[in-house]
Ligand binder design. Sequence first.
Ligand SMILES: [Fe+2]
Length: 197
Amino acid sequence: MLTRAHFRRLYKYQYMLDHDTNGHCHRVGQLMRCFARQLGFPEQDCLVAYILGYVHDCGKYHVPDAILRKGGPLNDAEFDVVKLHPILGAEIVFSTTGSRELANVIAAHHERLDGSGYPYGFGERQILPLSRMLSICDSFEAMTAQRPYRAPMTASVAVAELQRCSDIQFDAMLVELFVRRVLPVWEQDGLLEVVND
Ligand SMILES: [Fe+2]
């Protein structure tokens, strides 16, 4: 079981990341909790979903700053290092919580249903439901957030992108639930404005 004590220990890895990454992870955590609630998860599992969302990029703690904060595009060697962060994050989660299942959720957050993701190139049957949820929340937040190098997408453009990539990158049924059940609550709670901060 993932507890608040585990979260406090994981938080130190997250805290070391830069402000943009931290804000992104906080909002992914909020989206994950909202998603879990809309799917009817028990409250304890909603907390787990929040924590997994919040710490999903903790493996970046081990990626050199020169790569993480590089202004321009990454070269292939640099991107190969970045592609290790799900595995590094999974090891942090495993060493902190002792849960291989939770670690596996983090390890697969950049996998895609068509097998073109990283680090393993998992196929559809190997990607856990929480990893699929995480992939949707992570991508939606990244698309709608302000970044120094590009303007944010509107929520409707980001939704169209999630739908376009359904069954290729994302789980189509979960995208549909995310759009129909999660985003209305997100918007109603005024959290979309936070996303666009
Ligand atoms: Fe990531």
